[in-house]
Design a protein around this ligand. Structure first.
Ligand SMILES: [Cu+2]
Length: 141
């Protein structure tokens, strides 16, 4: 009994001695590409997830995808959808249904072995989806 207590104390001391373990968690790199799903404002999005440091694919995560319009905070309410991992490891797919065309911040939330949030800025214009670089959001109703 006493040895078990001693071991527990040792483990606790070890954890306390390495506070960076909590901060050294894996960060994710996400490449988000969306294409028209054939219906207005519906898009099929592919999310490639990799360990930002090693480039290893991040497999087996729970991935949800939502979207916000930075030019109109709180005005749109796109319900996050769960992305399904494909046969290729680290590649997830989700169908996104937007409320209007324009620049959207696509939010990818990861849970499981890796917890992280990655945001991709994309411009949705009809069937065309392009990356938004540093250009200011274009927005018109
Ligand atoms: Cu809007």
């Amino acid at each position: 009994m006493r040895t078990i207590v001693c071991m527990l104390v040792a483990v606790a001391a070890l954890m306390a001695g390495y506070p960076q373990a909590a901060h050294g968690q894996v960060r994710a790199k996400a490449v988000v590409t969306c294409v028209s799903a054939g219906q207005v404002l519906q898009y099929n999005c592919t999310i490639r997830l990799a360990n930002a440091r090693s480039g290893e694919p991040l497999s087996g995560l729970t991935v949800s995808v939502g979207a916000e319009m930075p030019s109109m905070p709180g005005m749109h309410n796109v319900r996050p959808v769960t992305a399904i991992e494909q046969a290729e490891k680290g590649v997830y797919q989700a169908r996104l249904e937007l409320e209007m065309h324009g620049d959207w911040a696509v939010q990818v939330d990861l849970r499981g072995a890796v917890r992280d949030r990655v945001i991709a800025m994309l411009r949705f214009e009809g069937a065309e989806v392009t990356d938004v670089k540093s250009s200011p959001g274009r927005h018109s109703h």
